[in-house]
Design a protein around this ligand. Structure first.
Ligand code: ATP
Ligand code: MG
Length: 261
């Protein structure tokens, strides 16, 4: 791979649905391999739409999106989407649900089993591995979806508010696990959240978006060293960054003009 080519590039990207208003307009962005980018902004500013464009689930109305310098194709190996709602297959157990993308990719049985067992441990679902989705709580379903996504060893992981429905303890735990797995696996992430604290904890970079039309209002670096752990949340540097991003987000929500940095 050419190291000079950014993993993801957006050039003048705009999106509208039929004759409707521009949902996204004038998006320009370069994301290097290894970055953890969070998207935060008011409801309806186009965060999910942007993720769907990057995943090639939908096409831009104008401009172009490039992954490693090429137009993305739907279902491209290496890009994994983790949706807002868990999308487990109801007729399969948790274990089978995590396993199925690996089967489709032709991963051998032994390796599949090893991967699935490791992921079950990571998301703390070993006890529930034989259960069906209807027997799980909302949080357990989401954890199973996380396990399924990460077992696929993504290069680019697109996450749309994956932990929004979880209680704070579970969310914190999964945030820490997510970073730990990233240290090991090295994927690049786009992460949509409504939580500033979560965005700062996870990200190397935060894009604050504004609405009508959806656009990037501020592109902020998070200056906290990795690895980050539960203790990071108690540091002054972390709390300062949370306050800073909150301030920028407030100005967007109040209809403030002008980007930052
Ligand atoms: N398939 C579609 N057809 C028409 N309009 C759409 C479609 N998908 C999204 N929109 C519109 O695009 C805008 C942005 O939607 P999007 O779901 O991307 O916002 P969001 O930032 O993810 O919001 P939230 O924080 O509530 O999840 C909204 O006005 C929405 O109604
Ligand atoms: Mg959304």
């Amino acid at each position: 791979m050419d190291r000079q080519v950014p993993l993801v590039q957006l050039r003048g990207v705009g999106k509208r649905f039929d004759a409707g208003p521009w949902v996204l307009q004038g998006l320009a962005l370069e994301v290097a391999a290894g970055e953890f980018v969070s998207l935060i902004g008011p409801s309806g500013c186009g965060k999910s739409t942007l993720l769907r464009l990057v995943a090639a689930l939908s096409r831009p109305t104008e401009g172009e999106i490039l992954i490693e310098g090429k137009a993305p194709r739907l279902g491209e190996r290496g890009t994994v989407f983790l949706f807002q709602e868990p999308t487990l297959l109801p007729w399969l157990t948790v274990r089978r649900n995590i396993e199925i993308p690996l089967r489709i990719r032709g991963v051998g049985r032994r390796q599949r089993q090893a991967l699935v067992e490791a992921m079950l441990g990571t998301v703390r679902l070993k006890e529930a591995a034989g259960k069906y989705p209807r027997q799980l709580s909302g949080g357990m379903k989401m954890r199973a979806s996380v396990a399924r996504a990460l077992a696929q060893a993504p290069r680019l992981l697109l996450m749309d508010e994956p932990f929004g429905a979880l209680d704070e303890m579970t969310r914190h735990h999964l945030n820490e696990e997510l970073l730990e797995m990233r240290e090991r696996a090295g994927w690049t992430a786009f992460f949509v959240t409504h939580s500033v604290a979560e965005a700062v904890f996870l990200s190397s970079r935060i894009l604050v978006m504004a609405a009508n039309p959806g656009r990037i209002h501020a592109d902020l670096r998070v200056d906290l060293p990795y690895p980050r752990t539960a203790d990071t949340r108690e540091t002054d540097a972390y709390l300062r960054q949370v306050a800073e991003v909150t301030h920028v987000l407030r100005s967007v929500e109040a209809g403030g003009e002008g980007g930052v940095r």
